[in-house]
Design a protein around this ligand. Structure first.
Ligand SMILES: Nc1ncnc2c1ncn2[C@@H]1O[C@H](COP(=O)(O)OP(=O)(O)OP(=O)(O)O)[C@@H](O)[C@H]1O
Length: 270
């Protein structure tokens, strides 16, 4: 029997980065923001990305989100190229959900209409949109606020709307760039727990950029550390705590050791 008949077809990785690099050229300078980034992410995995300011975290996330074309390498979502000759493949990008530090809500739309905006843009009918918006409002803990407007919400509630909106199209990948960076410490802690719950409930695969090592370790199945100029992966740390993780895991010795080691590695890059 030929060998190929014994081989099982393997599912492509959810996300695969192969030799990804990005160079910015301006009149004044050329900056190699990312160099030779290689990473594979599995279905349902939560990957945190940390690194010092300017090491290329946002550049990497923007490249993954289809907002900025890499100058080297390939990005594959479920085996399909996101970029082809510096042009983004719209059918691949439509399978991504993105959340930034600023919730970027439309002030004149209600919570439900903000959540359902991507569905409206792709032409879903009104009943489908309403049903999905209510389902997501409940998922992110905003049941009863569907008719409220962004100005009537706290910062944490606005970020919940942004997360619900990013999840509305049932994306294959959720990309988050410092989504809780503007929130106070207590709200941030609560949002970390909520995000973990939402990720577990939806089975979402998440790439999460943060400055905060504690947040990265608490949320991540793996923590990817970048070094600056050019941004490269210096370390990938697996975090094995059971889920759902209780906030008290942060006070345990093992958690403290991982955070200290990652902080020490970042300090060593000064
Ligand atoms: N549009 C651009 N044009 C030129 N250089 C850029 C551009 N965007 C980013 N850079 C440069 O690329 C490098 C990486 O920037 P990036 O914003 O990705 O870092 P970061 O890790 O997200 O930083 P921070 O943590 O401060 O947000 C920096 O040196 C930055 O100056």
């Amino acid at each position: 029997m030929p060998a190929s008949e014994h081989e099982r077809p393997t599912a492509p990785h959810k996300l695969e980065l192969i030799g990804v690099g990005k160079e910015f050229r301006t009149k004044r300078a050329t900056t190699q923001a990312l160099h030779d980034i290689n990473l594979t992410i599995s279905d349902g995995e939560f990957v945190s990305i940390i690194g010092r300011s300017g090491c290329g975290k946002t550049t990497l996330l923007r490249a993954l989100a289809g907002l900025l074309s890499p100058t080297e390498g390939r990005i594959l979502v479920e085996g399909r190229s996101l970029w082809k000759d510096s042009k983004v493949d719209a059918s691949v990008v439509s399978q991504l959900g993105v959340v930034f530090q600023d919730a970027n809500l439309f002030p004149w739309y209600s919570v439900a209409d903000n959540i359902a905006l991507p569905l409206r843009l792709r032409g879903d009918d009104k009943d489908q949109r309403r049903e999905r918006a209510h389902e997501l409002a409940e998922l992110v803990g905003l049941k009863g606020f569907e008719k409220s407007y962004p100005r009537e919400l706290s910062g944490g509630m606005r970020q919940r709307v942004a997360i619900a909106r990013a999840l509305s199209t049932r994306p294959k990948l959720l990309l988050m760039d410092e989504p809780f960076g503007a929130l106070d410490a207590l709200t941030r802690e609560r949002m970390n727990l909520e995000l973990q719950r939402i990720a577990l409930a939806t089975g979402a695969t998440v790439v999460f950029v943060t400055h905060d090592i504690t947040e990265a370790v608490f949320l991540g199945d793996r923590v990817v550390q970048l070094t600056p100029r050019p941004g490269r992966i210096s370390e990938i740390r697996t975090v094995g705590f059971d889920r759902p993780r209780h906030i008290d895991v942060q006070t345990g010795p093992e958690f403290g050791t991982i955070v200290r080691q990652l902080r020490h590695a970042l300090d060593g890059q000064e």
